[in-house]
Design a protein around this ligand. Structure first.
Ligand code: C2E
Ligand code: CA
Ligand code: CA
Ligand code: CA
Length: 278
């Protein structure tokens, strides 16, 4: 491949649309980003609604691009899925999260870290082996790792997905369904999955105060999850009113700007301190 500096303008002059040009430039830069240490993880606390205790953190990737600044994962993760880079990025993410979980455990803060898995990572790489090796390498108890899967991952190749989930479940890793309610999984299918947690998509939480349909969906998902002995996480909780509603309906865990935005790992211990002072 050509070096980035020249090719950007050459392609532009050759009549490529600006979008394709930007996309190519991003792809080229992405290939170098791991070696250049441009990725980092932020962590967003997940809080037990009854006790106010931090019970875990979701790891969210960030890319500090030397010229563009912070590039949103919503922008580069889909691209990485398409070009296959997601396998390397995903392994980097898992490794970094496991190392962090071990560090916190050593410091007397056994915080579970939830890592997002992309579809391609789940179907193409042997994510079960990768994780088994990482847990062994870092001597990390499996229950300190959670994997967030989306409904679409599970629909794609259901026999293989089920087998992989079974393997991870037997290892003791926690499994959650992310963005629940936005996909098409049938309830009978859900029942067969070896999962522990449902994460209600933030689109349902956002308008809880003004939209009766969203309130009905959230209430129903909580009841459904509890009837299947699953815990429920509400994402995107931004207001006390939203939290009140969730608490009254028995939602177990909250995650959102109301408690904290995703932050650098060194901030997490300070949030524990505030929590005990409350
Ligand atoms: P997601 O897994 O649904 O993550 C939740 C997103 O909601 C995050 O956006 C988070 O910063 C944001 N968020 C959290 N609390 C609030 C809130 O109270 N209000 C609002 N409006 N937003 C909130 P982020 O970090 O930009 O990530 C976007 C998406 O990119 C994630 O959605 C996930 O699908 C993907 N992603 C992020 N990190 C990774 C990763 O390491 N691997 C993979 N495969 N995907 C990732
Ligand atoms: Ca997630
Ligand atoms: Ca989500
Ligand atoms: Ca999402």
């Amino acid at each position: 491949a050509k070096h980035a500096g020249g090719s950007w303008y050459e392609l532009y002059d050759a009549g490529f649309g600006q979008q394709e040009t930007e996309r190519l430039a991003l792809e080229t830069a992405m290939h170098r980003a791991i070696d250049r240490d441009e990725f980092l993880l932020n962590y967003q606390p997940q809080v037990d609604i009854r006790t106010g205790e931090i019970i875990g953190c979701e790891a969210l990737i960030r890319w500090r691009h030397p010229e563009l600044g912070m590039v949103s994962p919503a922008q580069f993760i889909p691209l990485a899925e398409e070009n296959g880079m997601i396998i390397r990025i995903g392994e980097w993410t898992l490794r970094t999260a496991c190392r962090q979980a071990k560090e916190w455990q050593r410091a007397g803060m056994p915080v579970r870290i939830a890592v997002n898995l992309s579809a391609r990572q789940f179907h193409q790489g042997d994510v079960g082996d990768t994780i088994e090796n990482l847990l062994r390498e870092f001597e990390l108890p499996a229950e300190l790792l959670e994997l967030e899967l989306t409904e679409s991952i599970l629909m794609e190749d259901s026999a293989r997905s089920l087998a992989m989930m079974g393997k991870l479940h037997r290892m003791g890793v926690q499994l959650s369904i992310d963005d629940f309610g936005t996909g098409y999984s049938s309830l009978s299918y859900l029942k067969r999955l070896p999962i522990h947690i449902l994460k209600i998509d933030q689109s349902f939480v956002r308008d809880i105060d003004i939209d009766a349909d969203d309130r009905a969906i959230v209430t129903a998902v909580i009841a459904l999850a509890h009837s299947m002995k699953l815990r429920v996480v509400a994402e995107g909780v931004e207001s006390e009113q939203q939290l009140d509603f969730l608490r009254r309906h028995g939602c177990d865990i909250m995650q959102g700007y109301l408690f904290s935005k995703p932050v650098l790992p060194e901030i997490i211990p300070t949030l524990f301190t505030t929590e005990t002072e409350r």
